[in-house]
Design a protein around this ligand. Structure first.
Ligand SMILES: *[C@@H]1O[C@H](CO)[C@@H](O)[C@H](O)[C@H]1NC(C)=O
Ligand SMILES: *[C@@H]1O[C@H](CO)[C@@H](O)[C@H](O)[C@H]1NC(C)=O
Ligand SMILES: *[C@@H]1O[C@H](CO)[C@@H](O)[C@H](O)[C@H]1NC(C)=O
Ligand SMILES: [Cu+2]
Length: 690
């Protein structure tokens, strides 16, 4: 999405960190001390002599899976294994090139193990430092100053932000292969007597700049003509600007109380709660990474593995306006900007409930300084008044109810105008629900229209206010989910529900003419596992472990259940943005596990061409039956804006649930205590208002 037009770094609670506890799990994110060691090793390396050097990505180069698993297996025994070697994967820019380095940080002094220069398409993500430096350029650029004055505005009231320019092949100038981006601008000051904090509501339409981010110079400029600047009135969203008096609906405040305290424990990065245990890490590109999620099987009396590693691989957001000033807005948020670096500190008691615990994220900024983003992950037990299971038998005079309590791991990523609330919800039933909720600002386009009746040609959006179009677009949130159901060797099963005629092979002679049954297909290769979940006929999708069966002989599995509607891309296959993110035509893909296939649009996704994308890997059509396989699931939302999305949009949600399917012998919640077993003497919650 479009980045903030004011300095992103101002919003982050950042602090350089001197020291932090050493890692004690092979998948722990790099600590501040390790990150500092990485910086020192890279700057001291003769392999990358060019200066200046900027860091674009530094993250844990995860150890090989067998090493992690043997560490994990030994950890619970009396002879714990040594941590596998700690390696950092680095992408840096220097001398106009993208450098990849692998740095060993196992020892106090880090060592560069390997170095390569990226020769293919695409660039690493745009950094906060890139954006801050670029913002200073337009006011010094005479044609821009002239455009602003032409509109009767003061240069001091206008700010421009960097937006990625997508990839459009030879149709777009390549500026000699330089790392360039577009800049678009907005009226942010109150020189015209109107102030608003909503920097997305007042675009300076028609003006686009091109910035060379390595040289930090304006190299292109376009002014397609004056459009009105939308009014500031009604665009502000700050409490002290919209009220008092507050005219919205009144609700009574609610607070979650846990009279016996929290039910979960956090030990380093490992979270234990109810029948779940998992590892939570922070990555500057992916945001939250959940690893080694295991569930306790009460009947078998043992822990069983479900998810080896899961994270949001990409968020693709193409806008549907082909105009000169808009066509390039085809954002690939994780690759263009990074989700982890865009994670915001969670507001206690508002972003997360009162009973939440918080975790920080640490990353290396472009200059190589470790930055701690405080409170970017919260963990809390959710009691939302929902029911986990119940049954009434009026004749037997029985009512049994168990309230649903779940554990949520939350991060909020604010990538420019949009806020993504990304939840991992663990359920005592054994399910894991991945939910994404969108809120924030629409990306708005200035227009001469003041009434919908004036629109005679496609406005590519909805007139949400006078002179303001909320442009049509999509959000495709793609998860990489390395499920390991009871071990690494899994198969992907598609159980299609098919209509049958009652012709006598079963139920002979009854008046029933039809029924449905399940037709089972096991995917042999990657081509068998590309699924449009909206496609007819309906199908149940499962990851199963054929070697693990229940007592009655069913294969242990987990089912992939779309939580609500999920869109597939409507762009043409030959359109440039679609070529980069062609995986968005199907919500489900399955690939063999490959440590380096992590980012759905490719490692170098910024201006990438899709040559290193999920669809490209899948086209190798590798065997996936009875292999270590990875699920890719895209939660897609088409967004037609409505006036209620203005000036800030109420949340809209989508998601997917991973549900045990013949994994347990029976409902795991049968053995849970009923709520009447608990008494809260000092709780006034029973005195319900009538
Ligand atoms: C780290 O230290 C150990 C023990 O001193 C040594 O054997 C090993 O080679 C060192 N590793 C690197 C990458 O320097
Ligand atoms: C892993 O993926 C990379 C990138 O697609 C590929 O080059 C490599 O050959 C793959 N490795 C294996 C063992 O398939
Ligand atoms: C209930 O509140 C009273 C008065 O505040 C306090 O003395 C008592 O210990 C509380 N009881 C429990 C079970 O928390
Ligand atoms: Cu949207």
């Amino acid at each position: 999405m479009m980045r903030p037009l004011v300095l992103a770094v101002l919003f982050l609670s950042t602090a350089a960190v001197a020291a932090s506890s050493p890692p004690h799990h092979p998948l722990d994110p790099l600590s501040a001390a390790e990150l500092s060691a990485v910086r020192a090793a890279v700057l001291a390396s003769p392999l990358v002599p060019a200066r200046p050097l900027s860091f674009h990505y530094v993250g844990l180069d995860e150890p090989d899976k067998p090493d992690v698993l043997s560490y994990y297996a030994a950890a619970s025994t009396s002879s714990p294994a040594a941590l596998p070697q700690r390696h950092a994967f680095v992408i840096a820019r220097a001398g106009g090139q993208s450098h990849e380095l692998l740095v060993d940080v196992t020892n106090a002094t880090a060592t560069v193990l390997s170095h390569a220069v990226h020769r293919g398409a695409g660039f690493p993500s745009i950094t906060d430092a890139d954006q801050a430096a670029a913002m200073a350029l337009p006011p010094q650029y005479a044609p821009f100053v002239a455009s602003v004055r032409w509109r009767g505005l003061d240069v001091g009231d206008v700010a421009c932000g960097v937006v990625s320019r997508g990839w459009f092949g030879a149709s777009q100038p390549d500026y000699g292969g330089a790392r360039v981006a577009k800049m678009v601008c907005a009226v942010v000051g109150d020189g015209d007597g109107a102030a608003t904090a909503n920097v997305y509501a007042r675009p300076l339409e028609g003006v686009t700049l091109v910035v060379d981010l390595d040289r930090m110079a304006i190299v292109g400029y376009e002014d397609t003509g004056v459009r009105p600047v939308p009014k500031a009135q009604g665009t502000d969203y700050r409490a002290d600007k919209v009220g008092p008096p507050f005219t919205g609906p009144e609700t009574k405040p609610g607070v979650v109380v846990q009279p016996e305290g929290r039910g979960f424990h956090i030990d380093g990065h490992v979270v234990r709660w109810a029948n779940w245990e998992f590892h939570v890490a922070f990555d500057m590109r992916a945001g939250t990474v959940i690893s080694l999620a295991s569930v306790y099987d009460a009947d078998a009396g043992k822990w069983r593995r479900v998810l080896y590693r899961g994270f949001v691989s990409e968020i693709f957001v193409p806008y549907m306006d082909p105009d000169e000033d808009w066509y390039f807005r085809t954002f690939i948020d994780a690759g263009d900007y990074g989700l982890g670096v865009s994670a915001v500190p969670l507001l206690r008691g508002a972003d997360c409930p009162a009973n939440a615990a918080y975790m920080d994220g640490v990353y290396l900024d472009a200059a190589g300084e470790p930055v701690t983003s405080e409170d970017v992950i919260c963990v809390f037990e959710r009691y939302a008044g929902d029911i986990a299971w119940r049954h009434s038998d009026p004749y037997m005079q029985i009512t049994e109810v168990r309230p649903d309590v779940t554990l949520v791991v939350r991060m909020v990523v604010t990538v420019g105008n949009y806020d993504y609330i990304l939840d991992w919800e663990f359920k005592t039933s054994g399910a894991i629900k991945l939910a994404v909720s969108l809120t924030g600002m629409l990306e708005m386009k200035a227009t001469a229209y003041t009434d919908a009746g004036q629109i005679k040609v496609d406005a590519h959006g909805t007139l949400v206010a006078e002179n303001t179009v909320g442009v049509y677009h999509d959000h495709f949130v793609t998860y990489r989910l390395d499920l390991d159901v009871d071990g690494t060797s899994n198969s992907f099963v598609k159980n299609t529900l098919v209509q049958m005629r009652n012709t006598g092979d079963s139920g002979t002679g009854t008046p029933r003419r039809s029924y449905w049954t399940v037709r089972r297909e096991v995917a042999e290769t990657e081509a068998d596992a590309r699924v449009d979940v909206n496609g007819a006929p309906p199908a149940e999708l499962l990851f199963v472990n054929p070697a693990r069966r229940t007592a009655v002989g069913n294969e242990a599995g987990y089912r992939v259940v779309p939580a609500g509607a999920t869109a597939a891309s409507l762009l043409a296959d030959d359109d440039y943005p679609q070529r980069r993110a062609s995986y968005t035509k199907k919500q489900v893909w399955v690939t063999p596990y490959n440590r380096s296939e992590k980012w759905a649009p490719g490692l170098y996704a910024e201006q990438g061409t899709g040559d290193d994308s999920l669809a490209a890997w899948s086209s190798r059509d590798r065997r996936i039956r009875d292999e270590d396989i990875v699920l890719w699931y895209t939660v897609g939302l088409h967004h037609v804006p409505y006036q209620e999305d203005f000036p800030v949009m109420p949340t809209v949600s989508g998601g997917v649930e991973l549900r045990p399917a013949n994994f347990f012998e029976r409902n795991q919640l049968i053995g849970t205590r009923p709520p009447s077993e608990f008494t809260y003497q000092n709780c006034s919650c029973g005195a319900a208002a009538m």
